[in-house]
Design a protein around this ligand. Structure first.
Ligand code: MIC
Ligand code: SF4
Length: 648
C-alpha cells in the first residue's frame, strides 16, 4: 500500500516512535516561525534553555500582531524580538513587512519541509506542499533548539476536488464548504490532504486560503501536493530552484474521502458566531455597517486586485465603512505601483498597514449591534472587540460587493462581469524589510533589549502528589482561546504574565482571576470544568500559561482541541476528560474537588483516576503518552527540558 503525501513527509522526518495513526510520534522540524504576540514568550523560554544557537534550517521571527503601539509595550516587544533574532541567527521580518503566514508563503515556505509555527494558521504553508503545523510557543522554542516536535500520527482525510470554480466563487468558498462538511468539532488528529483534478487550476495563494482556514476544523494541518502550480508560484517569487514535485502515491489509502465538485460551489458565509456556522450568501440579505478585507486568509495580490476591480470608479455608500489590510508589503507595494491602491482609496477604503490588525480585534472594532463582513477566518463572539457585533466571514468578492451596495448579497445577483485577475508571472521581490541572520562574531556582540514590558516566564513546580481545591469555574461547550485569554486591547500584556493573568476568562467571568489567585495563595488548587471542544481557536499558550500562573492544576472537559491540550501539558496542567459525559452535570462551580494520588497515577501509566466532589465519585480519563506524563510530573515542558529528564 502506498503512502499519502502527509505520511511520506512525516515518515521522512520521524525521529521518535513508530508511525501508527493515533500514536504519538516525534518529528524533526526544518523551519520555525513565530509572531510577536506568541514570540516574546517563545524566545524567553528559548533563552531559559541556555542554548547558544538555533538548530533549524531556517527560523523566522515576524512582527505582525501588535503593531498599534499605543504605549511603550508593543515597541518594547519589537526591540526585544529584533535583538533576539540578531543574537541567535534568526531572520527578522520587521513590522510593516506583513502577516507572518502570507510572508512565509511568499518568501520562505518550501515543499516537503516541516514548518512549526507559534500560530494556529501556520498550515497556510500547506498550500505549497509543506507540512506546516501550529503549536504553542514553547513547542516552537524546543524545536528551534533542535528538539523533536511531538504530535499524534494523524488520520488522513482525502479532500478530492473535481470541476472548476465558477465566476464569483473563490477558494474561500471551498474552505467554507469543507467547514460545512467537517464542522469545527471532531477532527482532532486528522490532516486534510487535497487531491483530484480540481486542484490543478488552483494557484498557490488560493490553496493557501484553503489550508489556512482549514485550521478552523481543528485538523492538525492541511496540505496540497507540490505540482506545476507550486512551481509557477515559486518561479514568480524568484525561488524556482526550491521546487520539487511531491504527491501521494497512486495507491495511497485514506481514512475517509470528501468529494467536492468545485463547479457546484456557491458563495458561502460563516454566520455569527462560529466559522462552522455556514450559510449560503444568497439566503442572506442584510444591511452591512462595516466591511473589513485582509488577514492571513485573504489578502493576497489577486484578492485585493479583485476587490479593486469590483469597486473601481464607484463610491462607498453612506453608513458603511471599509477597511483594507494588505497581507504583505509585497502585495501593498504591487497594488500601489499598478494604481489599484489609488482606486481603493478613491472608492473610500481606509487603508491599514500590512498586519493582523482588525482580525484580532485590536483596531477597527465595529459599532454596537452592527453587521460586519470580514474576509478573515474567525468570528467568535467578541473577537472583533465588540461583544455584540455580528460578524460574517466571506470571500473578498462577496465583501467587495457588500461594500459597494451596503448589503450582504450574492454577488451573482449584481449581474456584472466577474473581474478575473491572473496571478502575476513575477512578483515584486524586495526583502529589505527582512533582516537576515548575522555572522557568528557579530552575534556575540548583540545585547538583548529588555524594556519594562519584558517579564521572566514563570516556571511551574513539579506536579503535587494530590490535586485538592475548587472547581473555580465551570464553562459550557465551544469555549475558545479568545474566551480563556482575550486578545484585542489586552494583547499588549503578552510579555507580562502577572499582568495578562488578570484577564483570564474576562469575557465569561471577570472575577475568575481574583478568585483563582486567592485560592492559589491559600495553598489550594484551581480546577476548570468545561464542555466539548474546549480551547478551540488559536495556538496562544497564554491560555495555559496564565491559568498555570493562577494555580490551575487540571482542566476536566468533555473534549479538548489539539493545540490547547498540548499547551496545557506543556505548562503542567493535567487535561482530563470525563469517562461518562453526564458527570459534567455533577461538577458544580465553586464545589470542592480532590484528585488523590495524581502523581502516582501518572507514574504508573494509569489511564483513569477518581475525582471526589461532595458525595460524588467521578471517573476521569487521561489520554497521555509516556513523554507527556513525564512532562506533567516535572511541572511542564520547560522544567522537563531544562532538567534533561527525557528518557528517565
Ligand atoms: C489568532 O488568530 O487568534 C492569533 C492571534 O493569530 C493566534 C495567535 C495568538 O494568540 O497570538 C493564533 O491563531 O494562534
Ligand atoms: Fe493574524 Fe488574524 Fe491570521 Fe491570526 S488569524 S495570524 S490574528 S491575520
Amino acid at each position: 500500500m502506498g503512502y499519502t503525501l502527509t505520511e511520506k513527509i512525516l515518515r521522512e522526518h520521524l525521529v521518535d516512535g513508530t508511525y501508527d495513526p493515533g500514536k504519538e510520534i516525534g518529528i524533526r522540524i526544518d523551519q520555525t516561525l513565530t509572531q510577536d504576540a506568541t514570540g516574546t514568550m517563545a524566545y524567553l523560554q528559548f533563552e531559559s534553555m541556555g542554548l547558544s544557537d538555533i538548530a533549524t534550517e531556517l527560523s523566522v521571527s515576524y512582527v505582525d500582531h501588535n503593531t498599534i503601539q499605543v504605549g511603550f509595550e508593543n515597541a518594547d516587544d519589537h526591540a526585544y524580538l529584533e535583538s533576539i533574532a540578531k543574537k541567535y541567527g534568526i531572520y527578522f521580518s520587521r513590522p510593516g513587512n506583513g502577516i507572518c503566514h502570507q510572508v512565509h508563503l511568499e518568501r520562505f515556505a518550501r515543499p516537503g519541509k516541516t514548518l512549526l509555527g507559534s500560530d494556529s494558521h501556520t498550515p497556510t504553508a500547506g498550500g505549497l506542499g509543506s507540512i506546516a503545523i501550529g503549536a504553542g510557543g514553547l513547542d516552537v522554542a524546543v524545536a528551534m533548539g533542535g528538539g523533536a516536535y511531538y504530535l499524534t500520527a494523524p488520520h488522513v482525510i482525502d479532500v478530492h476536488l473535481t470541476g472548476e470554480l465558477q465566476p464569483w466563487t473563490t477558494a474561500k468558498d471551498v474552505v467554507l464548504k469543507v467547514l460545512q462538511i467537517l464542522t469545527t468539532k471532531g477532527n482532532v488528529d486528522c490532516v486534510c490532504e487535497y487531491t483530484g483534478e480540481g486542484i490543478e487550476k488552483l494557484t498557490v495563494p488560493e490553496r493557501a486560503t484553503i489550508t489556512n482556514m482549514g485550521a478552523e476544523t481543528g485538523v492538525t494541518t492541511s496540505i496540497f501536493p507540490s505540482d506545476l502550480q507550486t512551481k509557477r508560484f515559486l518561479d514568480a517569487q524568484g525561488r524556482g530552484d526550491q521546487w520539487i514535485p511531491l504527491a501521494a502515491d497512486k495507491d495511497a489509502a485514506y481514512d475517509r474521502t470528501l468529494e467536492i465538485d468545485l463547479s457546484e460551489i456557491e458563495p458561502l458565509a460563516a454566520a455569527p458566531h462560529s466559522p462552522g456556522n455556514i450559510v449560503k450568501v444568497r439566503d442572506l440579505s442584510l444591511p452591512v455597517d462595516q466591511v473589513m478585507i485582509g488577514s492571513c486568509t485573504n489578502s493576497s495580490y489577486v484578492d485585493l486586485m479583485t476587490v479593486a476591480r469590483v469597486v473601481n470608479g464607484k463610491h462607498l455608500p453612506a453608513g458603511v465603512s471599509l477597511g483594507i489590510a494588505p497581507g504583505s508589503r509585497q502585495v501593498l507595494n504591487t497594488i500601489a505601483k499598478n494604481g489599484a491602491l489609488s482606486d481603493l482609496i478613491s472608492f473610500g477604503a481606509r487603508i491599514l498597514e500590512s498586519a493582523c490588525g482588525f482580525c484580532i480585534g485590536n483596531s477597527l472594532s465595529p459599532r454596537t449591534d452592527s453587521v460586519s463582513v470580514r474576509t478573515s477566518n474567525r468570528n467568535f463572539k467578541g473577537r472583533s472587540g465588540t461583544p455584540n457585533a455580528n460578524v460574517y466571514l466571506t470571500s473578498p468578492v462577496v465583501a467587495a460587493v457588500a461594500a459597494l451596495t451596503g448589503k450582504l448579497m450574492d454577488p451573482r445577483d449584481l449581474n456584472a462581469a466577474f473581474p478575473k485577475i491572473k496571478m502575476p508571472d513575477h512578483f515584486e521581490i524586495d526583502d529589505s524589510m527582512i533582516i537576515p541572520p548575522l555572522e557568528p562574531e557579530a552575534r556575540a556582540r548583540i545585547k538583548i533589549s529588555r524594556g519594562p514590558n519584558i517579564g521572566e516566564p514563570p516556571v511551574n513546580g513539579p506536579l503535587p502528589t494530590d490535586i485538592k481545591g475548587l472547581v473555580t469555574i465551570k464553562v459550557g461547550d465551544l469555549v475558545t482561546t479568545d474566551h480563556i485569554m482575550p486578545a484585542g486591547s489586552r494583547l499588549k500584556y503578552r510579555s507580562n504574565v502577572p499582568k495578562y493573568s488578570e484577564f483570564v476568562f474576562e469575557p465569561l467571568d471577570k472575577e475568575f482571576s481574583r478568585r483563582a489567585a486567592a485560592l492559589r495563595d491559600s495553598g489550594a488548587h484551581n480546577l476548570i470544568a468545561a464542555g466539548s471542544s474546549y480551547g478551540q481557536g488559536s495556538s496562544r499558550e497564554h491560555a495555559a500559561l496564565c491559568p498555570m500562573y493562577l494555580g490551575v492544576k487540571a482542566v476536566v472537559a468533555k473534549s479538548m482541541e489539539r493545540i490547547h491540550a498540548a499547551n496545557l501539558v506543556n505548562f503542567g496542567i493535567v487535561p482530563f476528560s470525563f469517562v461518562q459525559e453526564s458527570d459534567y452535570d455533577a461538577l458544580t462551580a465553586g464545589a470542592e474537588i480532590r484528585i488523590p494520588g495524581i502523581r502516582t497515577a501518572l507514574q504508573q501509566g494509569d489511564d483513569c483516576v477518581k475525582a471526589f466532589s461532595g458525595d460524588r465519585e467521578i471517573s476521569l480519563k487521561m489520554s497521555l503518552s509516556k513523554r507527556q506524563r513525564d512532562v506533567l510530573l516535572a511541572g511542564g515542558l520547560l522544567p522537563y527540558t531544562v532538567q534533561g529528564r527525557k528518557g528517565e
